[in-house]
Design a protein. Sequence first.
Length: 106
Amino acid sequence: MTAIVSTSQSFCPSVAEFAQRHGLEEVLSLVGDLTERLFPMAQAVDVELVADDEQPDQQTIFFKVRGLDIEPRLGSDLHWQWASELQQICPGPGRALLGLELCWVD
């Protein structure tokens, strides 16, 4: 078994607690690293716990990539790549609890 090493990131308490409750604590930093690697041009990457508007008891950890100044097509391609690599990082059902949101510069 190979250990996966990731850069240390800190997450707000609600995100960290949710990740721990769902067995995603080890995955969280890896997904953060993935997001930063694919979107180095972002002004910021925020990680937030978001409740579904229609089902407030359903929550998702969103990696919100802010301040993008790239073509929408490239953003779409990178989003697709993020989702593909997420399957390798988190192959189980926990993957459904992780999301990506892209926010372009106004």
